[in-house]
Design a protein around this ligand. Structure first.
Ligand code: EPU
Length: 419
């Protein structure tokens, strides 16, 4: 296992290039199961999660080659059984359910279970495929789905916590080869769903409205291969924006979609960070003391739950009191205890965190608990006085491509060391 050692307090300045989106790459790779054609996926981030999805595709019969940021997938799927060992390590792999069912008429996929960010049910995934005419049963920890022929229909896919990203992805992928028209109402509008819809279109699917709450799909008989470039990772870009605010930096964030980050940028403007669109880049400057602001997470275009922890790190050193409420994953607060180890004053109250900004954080040994919590600890470590050791950084390696290299390029003192 490896850890990051960060010597805090260094000025961060310069340019950082944003990688391809992890959460777009995973369903797009899963969607290659729908075709026997050759798919070239460009700008795929070199991450542990990408490698896990590639391994899963191989166990399903596909030929997968990774060459830098390009993944080439070819061949046909041979089995409908998704390996427990791989699915259990990464929740994103549950999105092979839809394409396996669409392509083979059956799928056996291990249930992903909960994780440190909370209970993560799959009822909406099942509701969607059942609406398309599939049967879904549970057996020994697996979901077993089958259908003689999937049939398009109109369905409402909203849930208690709003729309679901991967349930929308699963239903889209099952519906593209179904018979007739499928209308998904209350679909997830995240940019990653838009990316998936664009990829499915490139394969020859008839799909409209992806990126809006109403997706209309007309089933086609067969899909082709395609060459496709993954869009920029908005959560990585948002993490650097928040880091720039915390470290009082002047940064050019290259290849970032300003439009995907409007809610965060609006909040940053309010607290006092200067953020400007600069062509395909974002320029962020922060000089002054910031003021606090509350945040409530919601599905897109609301404030993303995947930036909640990093925003909390910024508020931890902003004078005054702020409240962060997570309405998407109300238990996603593992980072509070670790930030408090560094001198933050944060207490949890049900689905909210109440943050009293302090003047300084202090370096300490801390534990990464999940991907975004780890990113919050990196921000805290960069601005803290003294040395921070972040253990279990495999969480970071799952979702941030070359993070240590990017930070070093910005002037940070970060060392990757063996535990
Ligand atoms: N939900 C249900 N029923 C379902 C599915 C979800 O009630 O069948 C609830 C969840 O419990 C949650 C809400 O719906 O309260 C939203 O969950 P969603 O299904 O959208 O999450 P997901 O698709 O499993 C993806 C990302 C997460 C990100 C969420 C929310 C991937 C691989 N994962 O998960 O990313 O937090 O959407 O935006 O795309 C991360 O990158 O760190 C990460 C956790």
């Amino acid at each position: 296992m490896e850890k990051f050692v960060i010597e805090g307090g260094r000025a961060l300045k310069g340019e950082v290039k944003i990688s391809g989106s992890k959460n777009a790459t995973l369903p797009i790779l899963a969607a290659t199961l729908l075709t026997d054609g050759i798919c070239e996926i460009r700008n795929a981030p070199k991450l542990q999660d990408t490698r896990t999805m590639c391994k899963l595709l191989k166990t399903l019969g596909k030929t997968v080659e990774m060459n830098g940021n390009q993944v080439t997938v070819s061949g046909s799927v041979h089995t409908h059984v998704a390996d427990y060992k791989l699915v259990s390590t990464m929740r994103g792999s549950f999105c092979v359910l839809g394409p396996l069912l669409g392509k083979l008429g059956k799928a056996k996929v291990s249930m992903p279970g909960g994780c440190v960010i909370g209970v993560r049910p799959i009822d909406l995934h099942l509701k969607g495929i059942i609406a398309l005419g599939a049967r879904a049963d549970f057996e020994a920890g697996n979901v077993i789905a089958s259908a003689a022929k999937l049939k398009g229909t109109q369905m409402y896919l909203g849930g208690m916590f709003g729309s679901s990203v991967l349930a929308t992805a699963n239903v889209m992928m099952a519906a593209v080869l179904a018979h007739g028209e499928t209308i998904i109402e209350s679909a997830a509008c995240e940019p990653e769903i838009e990316d998936l819809g664009n990829f499915l279109s490139a394969l020859g699917a008839n799909i409209e409205g992806h990126g809006t709450p109403r997706i209309v799909i007309n089933g086609v008989k067969k899909l082709n291969g395609a060459s496709y470039r993954i869009g920029a990772d908005r959560i990585e870009a948002g993490t650097f924006l928040l880091m720039a605010g915390a470290a009082k930096s002047d940064m050019l964030i290259r290849d970032a979609h300003y439009n995907h980050l409007l809610v965060l940028i609006d909040k940053l403007h309010y607290v006092g960070v200067d953020v400007q669109k600069d062509g395909n880049d974002i320029r962020v400057r922060c000089k002054k003391t910031l003021r606090p602001a509350n945040v409530v997470t919601h599905p897109h275009p609301g404030f993303p739950t995947d930036l909640q922890a990093q925003y909390m790190a910024l508020m931890a050193i902003t004078p005054g009191v702020s409240i962060v409420t997570d309405r998407v994953f109300p238990d996603r607060f593992m980072h509070i205890a670790e930030l408090n180890r560094m001198g933050a004053q944060i207490r949890r109250d049900a689905g909210s965190a109440i943050i009293e900004g302090v003047k300084h954080l202090y370096g300490a040994p801390v534990m990464a608990s999940d991907l975004r919590a780890s990113a919050a600890l990196v921000i805290a470590g960069l601005v803290a006085k003294g040395k921070t050791e972040i253990h279990r950084i495999y969480h970071l390696d799952r979702g941030y491509e070359d993070l240590d290299q990017k930070l070093i390029q910005l002037g940070a003192k970060v060392f990757r060391e063996k535990e």
